[in-house]
Design a binder for this molecule. Structure first.
Ligand code: BES
Ligand code: ZN
Ligand code: ZN
Length: 481
């Protein structure tokens, strides 16, 4: 999608006008007015989540309430809703009339909401395309030139659309090989290198924890490594490492799930967030080095599946006692983190995963759980989350929780067999594999990656993490350039 900007509406214009309006006042005596259409405040005064449609001079005027000081995410939702619900009205010419005083964040929300509004989760239903899809050129009426801002908003939303699809597509389609192919193709197209270790290569590299999780599945595990290097690099260029959980389906393994298995196609949402971030970072050509790993496999039940009680190896050389095969995410992330740290030595490492039901029990669907040993990193991630509306809230990594992962037989165990502090002990397990790195954060996104909202009848993808991580990287992690 592209825009053309004009200062004034062409008097000959015929079509649909989208007119966002800031909230005035219920009792305002001044009507809201545009292009000869006047609406008294009793009917519409710009309140958030309201709209007013009027037909005049062969044009439809859709007035859209913005509220008084809508933030980025609220503005994006307003526009996503308008565009997804009113496809019929948007078939002909469309002009977007932007008010003076729109903040940058609000303008970003408007443009990204417009593109996200084209998303249709009915990937296997009879095709219905939205008029805004493809090379659509939107007319924008505004005093400011919004081209650069709209371009960034559209690139961001495009990456999110891809990730919505990747997470929503079913697990018989999105298997580890599918993710690997996605990463290879995105790398070619946007400019990062992708290397994939298949079962044999991963075995040679001794990615033993990763391979243990994948060994019960017919689907070959794929350990995906991506490297983005900016065109200009100096000694000061920061290097950020990402690891995303890529379980394409989590049956629980032999500790088979008794609840919620139907949602477990979303167990690769952390990996998908990392894939989307790589695509967007490269597309925006951000001046930061990024190395990202998505260990991708399926946690299946089969004659060669790993068992509760098994002791397995890991890339780090530490042995792990498997108490519960459903605590598989931390096993593949452990190898992802060790591989990244040993081979790439990034300045900062962030992992992101749909890791525990416990984080959902704690925060519901409002925010991701943030664990970090670094206050500056905490502030940078939470700040990025406030900007993009993908919020994070901290939980502790106190050593008081460390005994929960002590094993009698191995260096560490993957589950404490208690109904308490599940998200924290999972984070302590990951911490064990970070080799004391001074700038590491773990984001448990089980409650925010896949949710219920007005854009679908059942739970669906949110693309949580793509814009959050990209914004964080754009801000150079923390501590400036
Ligand atoms: N993939 C799940 C976590 C999850 C739960 C994601 C709900 C999204 C929504 C993870 O692998 C898992 O099964 N965690 C268990 C661990 C426990 C049984 C050892 C959990 O948190 O219940
Ligand atoms: Zn699991
Ligand atoms: Zn899982």
């Amino acid at each position: 999608m592209k825009i053309t900007t004009h200062e004034q509406l062409d008097l000959q214009f015929q079509g649909t006008l989208l007119i966002p309006v800031f909230e005035t006042n219920e009792k305002s005596v001044v009507p809201i007015e545009f292009h000869g259409v006047s609406i008294p405040a009793e009917v519409f005064y710009g309140k958030k989540d309201t709209s007013y449609l009027a037909a005049k001079y062969d044009s439809l005027h859709l007035f859209i309430g913005l509220g008084k000081d809508a933030r980025f995410k609220e503005t994006r939702t307003i526009f996503r809703r308008i565009v997804s619900r009113n496809a019929e009205l948007l078939k002909g010419n469309v002009a977007l009339v932007l008010p003076d005083g729109l903040t940058e964040a609000q303008a970003m929300g408007v443009f990204s909401g417009i593109l996200l509004g084209t998303y249709n989760a009915g990937h296997f239903r009879k095709a219905k395309t939205h008029p805004f899809e493809g090379e659509y050129e939107l007319t924008v009426i505004a005093k400011k030139d919004y081209r650069a801002l709209a371009d960034k908003a559209f690139r961001t939303a495009q990456a999110q659309l891809e990730i919505l699809k990747l997470v929503d597509l079913p697990p018989n389609m999105v298997n580890p090989a599918y993710l690997a192919k996605w990463a290879l193709e995105a790398g070619e197209r946007f400019g990062f290198t992708t290397t994939v270790l298949n079962r044999e290569a991963a075995a040679q590299a001794k990615l033993e924890a990763f391979l243990s999780v994948g060994q019960g599945s017919e689907q070959e595990p794929q350990f995906i490594v991506m490297e983005y290097r900016p065109a200009k690099m100096t000694e000061k260029t920061r290097h950020i490492g990402l690891v995303g959980k890529g379980i394409t389906f989590d049956s629980g393994g032999l500790n088979i799930k008794t609840a919620g298995m139907v949602f477990m196609k979303s167990d690769m949402a952390g990996g998908a967030a990392v894939l989307g971030t790589m695509r967007l970072v490269a597309d925006l050509q951000l001046p930061v080095k990024v190395t990202a790993i998505v260990p991708a496999c399926e946690n299946a039940i089969g004659k060669s599946a790993f068992r509760p009680g098994d002791v397995i190896g890991s890339y780090s050389g530490h042995s792990i006692e498997v108490i519960d095969t459903d605590a598989e995410g931390r096993l593949i992330l452990a190898d992802g983190l060790s591989y990244l740290l040993k081979n790439y030595k990034p300045d900062t490492v962030v992992d992101i995963a749909t890791l525990t039901g416990s984080s959902v029990a704690t925060f519901g669907n409002e925010c991701g759980a943030l664990f970090t040993n670094n206050v500056e990193l905490e502030m940078a991630l939470r700040g990025a989350g406030e900007t993009t509306g993908e919020r994070l809230w901290p939980l502790p990594l106190w050593d008081a929780y460390k005994p929960d992962i002590d094993s009698d037989i191995a260096d560490v165990k993957n589950y404490h067999s208690k109904p308490t502090a599940g998200a924290i002990t999972a984070a302590k397990f990951l911490e064990f594999f970070t080799e004391g790195h001074k700038s590491w954060a773990h984001l448990d996104i089980a409650g925010v990656a896949f949710g219920d909202d007005e854009f679908g009848k059942s739970k669906h993808a949110t693309a949580y993490g793509v814009q959050l991580l990209t914004t964080f990287i754009e801000n150079h992690g923390y501590g400036g350039a």
